[in-house]
Design a protein around this ligand. Structure first.
Ligand code: 5GP
Ligand code: ZN
Length: 112
């Protein structure tokens, strides 16, 4: 999608430090990190939100990459959190599906 910032990141028009990439997805650091480690995992295909996912394999691929990323950083030992915000109440601000991977500090529950 032309005016989608995450499509531009996936397509290489906006440069980012790619932490992980495969044929379907890419992971990169969040611009405004909420934890010592905060990455986003996005599908290369534009899908606005979880509501719009029609191929559940897409989610499997995102979570698979998130797990690989976390293991590569040693967070499989200390733990980490994965989050998908959806819609206004979920406080989704970028309308291209993304999985947050947060780690490096003690998380709290319930989330705000
Ligand atoms: P949401 O609130 O939609 O769940 O998360 C969007 C995330 O994207 C936010 O954590 C925000 O910091 C991040 N973000 C927004 N624009 C950019 C950008 O241009 N580059 C990067 N790396 N992250 C971004
Ligand atoms: Zn997009």
């Amino acid at each position: 999608m032309d005016d989608c910032i995450f499509c531009k990141i996936a397509g290489g028009q906006i440069p980012v430090t790619k932490l992980f990439e495969d044929d379907h997805a890419v992971a990169f650091p969040d611009l405004n990190p909420q934890a010592p480690f905060h990455a986003l995992v996005i599908p290369k295909l534009h899908v606005a939100s979880l509501n719009d996912v029609r191929d559940p394999m897409m989610l499997g691929r995102l979570y698979g990459l998130a797990g690989q990323l976390a293991r590569s950083k040693g967070f499989d030992v200390t733990g980490y959190r994965t989050v998908i915000n959806t819609g206004p109440h979920g406080q989704q601000t970028v309308l291209h599906l993304h999985l947050h991977v947060l780690a490096g500090r003690q998380m709290t529950w319930p989330p705000g």
